[in-house]
Design a protein around this ligand. Structure first.
Ligand code: T3D
Length: 263
């Protein structure tokens, strides 16, 4: 599928969305946001897609907002940044979190500003060993957005979140894995092979059940234990009515490999 600022490839149940403005380290301008939004519409409308893989072209994953669109001249009115956040960044984060399928992110290089926080909104984050995460906002007088102030303390704890957000230092992929910020750090040359294998595997699994798992785990941060137990009960009712649950149990009883459909 042809876009100016991204690539979208759908095969074997996996939609691979590649941010593709490598000269600017895949930083977001409005046109790239529009392309991503359109691609996500297609992905959601395509019943063959059971997993999303997000990555970047070239040496970076994403450097956040394209700052060349924010270069204000002396005497100009300051921009209202809430407009782009409301129009683009917040819907993107909500969409990745709410997408009813596993979302794998392959962080192929630097992930800075909103780029880092878009990665953190994905379900399973793999990063190349040479990749770095930078909460670059503090270097230009901003605060972490795109869910950064929500995800960071939950993933790495208050003290580390504060340090990352206030210092804007590079956090290497190995350290990010050790801190529990991402799922795994892998050798650069293996990143895409491992990410595709992971996404391909997930796409063959009971993806309705995985979508419900995602919903439950994402809700846990805001729920009491009582509320979460109730939610698990309700979602398990739904899971128990899927084709894949019936198939999983039947395959177990018949000692054969299950054939899941994501239904
Ligand atoms: O504005 C709103 O709508 C609110 C929302 C804000 C969300 C945000 O994301 S704010 C944060 C914006 N991002 C940044 O502040 C990061 C800026 N970039 C950097 O700090 C560095 O580029 C990196 C640490 C990411 C990478 O450094 P390095 O040394 O590996 O590469 P480089 O040489 O700095 O960048 C390579 C090229 O990409 C370079 O262009 P050139 O000189 O080769 O023509 C550079 O200008 C360009 N580039 C990198 N980041 C951006 C960018 N161009 C535009 N916008 C960028 N964000």
């Amino acid at each position: 599928m042809s876009y100016d600022n991204i690539e979208l490839d759908i095969a074997g149940g996996v939609a691979t969305l590649t941010l593709n403005r490598p000269k600017n380290l895949n930083s977001f301008n409005a046109a790239m946001h529009e392309d991503v939004r359109d691609a996500l519409d297609r992905i959601e409308a395509d019943s063959t897609v059971r997993c999303l893989l997000l990555t970047g072209a070239g040496r970076g994953f994403c450097a956040g907002q394209d700052l060349s669109d924010r270069n204000v001249l002396p005497g100009d009115e300051p921009p209202d940044l809430s407009i782009a956040i409301e129009r683009y960044y917040n819907p993107l984060i909500r969409r990745l979190r709410g997408l009813e399928m596993p979302v794998v992110c392959a962080v192929n290089g630097v992930a800075a500003g909103a780029g880092a926080n878009i990665a953190l909104a994905c379900d399973l984050v793999l990063a190349a060993r040479s990749a770095v995460f930078i909460q670059a906002f503090c270097k230009i007088g901003l605060l972490p957005d795109s869910g950064g102030t929500w995800h960071l303390p939950r993933l790495v704890g208050h003290a580390r979140a504060m340090g990352l957000a206030m210092l804007g230092d590079k956090l290497g992929a190995e350290q990010a894995e050790q801190w529990g910020m991402i799922w795994r750090c892998v050798d650069d040359d293996d990143l895409m092979e491992e990410a595709r294998a992971l996404a391909g595997h997930l796409a063959t699994q009971p993806t309705r059940g995985l979508a419900l798992t995602k919903r439950a785990i994402n809700a846990a941060a805001d729920n009491s234990l009582d509320g979460q137990l109730d939610l698990e009960r309700d979602l398990q009712r739904e899971a128990g009515r899927t084709y894949d649950y019936r198939e999983g149990v039947a395959a177990f009883m018949e000692k054969r490999t299950p054939s899941f459909k994501g239904e």
